[in-house]
Write a protein that binds this ligand. Structure first.
Ligand code: GMT
Length: 374
C-alpha cells in the first residue's frame, strides 16, 4: 500500500507510535509518506520505502495565529494526488482529522477518493478535544473518518461518552519493538549511578500536569525514607523547573537526577528496578510498556487505559489517583529482593503481548477494510 501518515513529530506518545508504525509498515514493504511540520524524532535513518514531506506555513504579518491546518490540508492534497496514496492515517484528532476531511473534499472535486483513518491517542479526547472550543469540530471530523481507532478500550468508552460518535471505534493498542526495548547489559552505568547498589526508580514523561510529577517525587521520598534508592527523571516539559525546586527541598535531593530528553531511554530502563506512572490521565501508557519490555515493573494509578496494560500484583501495582501512601507501600513491596525477580519477569511477559509484529497487522487490516469499502 501507499500510506500517508500525519502526526506530531515531537517526543509525545502519539508521534512515537505514528513514527514506529510507519517504520514497521515500510519494513513490511509498504511505501510510507510522513506529512508533518518537522522530521519525526525517531525517523533518523534511510529506508527506500520511507518519505518525509514537510508542511510549511508561510509567515504573514496579519497572522497572529498562522493557519497550520490549512497548510496541512493543502500538503495532504498535494501528496495524495502526486504520490497516489491509497490511504491517509492521521494520529491525534486535533487538528489532523479536520485537515484530512478538508483535503478529502478538495480531492473529491478532482475525482480522487482517499479513505481517512483517525487514531485517537488520549488528550485529543480526554482533555483538549472535550473543550467547547474544539468539540463540534472533533465530533464532526471523527464521524467523517472512514476508520477510527483508539489505543485502549477505556479511551473508546470515553469517546462515546463525551462525543456524539456514530462510527465504530476499533481498539488497536500501543505496541513495542521487543528487540529494541529489552534489558541490556549496562552494569557500568548502574555502578556509576548506584554505587552502593541502591534501588533505581525511573519516571519518563513530558512533565505536564496530567503526569503528576509531584507525586513521583513524593513516592520517591517515601521509598527513600525506608531504603537506599535513587530516582532518574527522563524528559522535559512545562513542570520541570517547578519540580526541580521541589526536589531541592528534599532531604535526599542528591539522589534525584534529571536526565532531560534522552532518545536511548531503553539504556536507562535497562538498569531500573521500578517505573513510576502516577498519571491523572493516561489513555494507554506507552512509557510504561517501554519499561515493562525492559523488565521493569510499574507502580501506576488506575487512570484511563493503564489497567489494560499493568496487571495489579503481577506486573506491578495499581493505586487510586493521588494515593501516594499506597504507591509508596506497593513500591516497597515490589522492591523487596524476594519479590522483584517475579515482577520483572511478569512485566516482560506482559509486554510481549503488545509485540509490534502482532499489532501492525491490525492497522494493515483496518486500512484494507477502508480501501475496500470506498
Ligand atoms: O502522554 C502524553 O501526554 C503524550 C500523548 C500524545 O498524544 O502524544 O500520549 C498519549 O498517546 C500515547 C500513545 O498512544 C499513549 O500511550 C499515552 O497514554 C497518551 N497520553 C495520555 O493520555 C495523557
Amino acid at each position: 500500500m501507499n500510506i500517508g501518515i500525519v502526526c506530531y513529530p515531537t517526543f509525545g506518545g502519539s508521534g512515537v507510535v505514528a513514527t514506529e508504525l510507519g517504520k514497521a509498515l515500510a519494513l513490511r514493504g509498504h511505501r510510507v509518506h510522513f506529512i508533518t511540520y518537522s522530521q519525526p524524532v525517531r525517523l533518523d535513518f534511510f529506508n527506500e520505502n520511507l518519505f518525509y514531506h514537510e508542511v510549511y506555513v508561510p509567515p504573514y504579518p496579519l497572522f497572529q495565529f498562522p493557519p497550520y491546518e490549512l497548510a496541512l490540508a493543502s500538503k495532504m492534497v498535494d501528496i495524495v494526488q502526486n504520490e497516489k496514496l491509497d490511504v491517509l492515517h492521521v494520529h491525534y484528532a486535533i487538528p489532523h482529522a479536520s485537515s484530512a476531511y478538508m483535503a478529502k473534499q478538495i480531492l473529491r472535486t478532482k475525482g480522487i477518493t482517499v479513505p481517512v483513518i483517525t487514531t485517537l491517542h488520549g488528550t485529543d479526547i480526554t482533555l483538549v478535544g472535550k473543550d467547547a472550543s474544539y468539540e463540534p469540530v472533533v465530533t464532526f471530523s471523527i464521524n467523517q473518518s472512514d476508520g477510527v481507532t483508539s489505543v485502549s478500550a477505556d479511551l473508546r468508552a470515553e469517546t462515546y461518552q463525551h462525543f456524539a460518535i456514530e462510527k465504530d471505534i476499533e481498539v488497536i493498542p500501543n505496541f513495542i519493538d521487543l528487540t529494541r526495548f529489552k534489558k541490556q547489559n549496562k552494569g557500568h552505568f548502574r555502578a556509576a549511578i548506584a554505587p552502593q547498589d541502591e534501588k533505581l526508580l525511573v519516571h519518563t514523561s513530558n512533565f505536564r500536569s496530567v503526569k503528576r510529577v509531584d507525586d513521583v517525587i513524593s513516592i520517591f521520598a517515601g521509598v527513600r525514607a525506608q531504603i537506599p534508592a535513587k530516582l532518574l527523571l527522563v524528559g522535559d516539559g512545562p513542570d520541570r523547573q517547578r519540580i526541580e525546586k521541589v526536589v531541592r527541598e528534599l532531604e535526599h535531593s542528591n539522589d534525584v537526577r534529571f536526565l532531560g530528553k534522552l532518545e536511548a531511554v531503553e539504556e536507562v530502563l535497562s538498569v531500573a528496578d521500578l517505573f513510576l506512572m502516577p498519571s491523572e490521565k493516561e489513555s494507554f501508557g506507552l512509557a510504561a510498556l517501554e519499561a515493562m519490555s525492559c523488565e521493569v515493573p510499574v507502580v501506576s494509578t488506575d487512570a484511563g487505559g493503564i489497567p489494560e496494560l499493568n496487571v495489579d500484583g503481577v506486573t506491578g501495582s495499581i493505586s487510586a489517583i493521588g494515593d501516594v501512601n499506597d504507591m509508596v507501600q506497593k513500591s516497597l513491596f515490589i522492591l523487596q529482593d524476594d519479590n522483584l525477580p517475579r515482577f520483572k519477569a511478569a512485566a516482560r511477559a506482559r509486554a510481549e503481548e503488545f509485540d509490534i509484529n502482532k499489532i501492525v497487522p491490525m492497522y494493515e487490516a483496518c486500512y484494507q477494510k477502508a480501501i475496500d469499502t470506498q
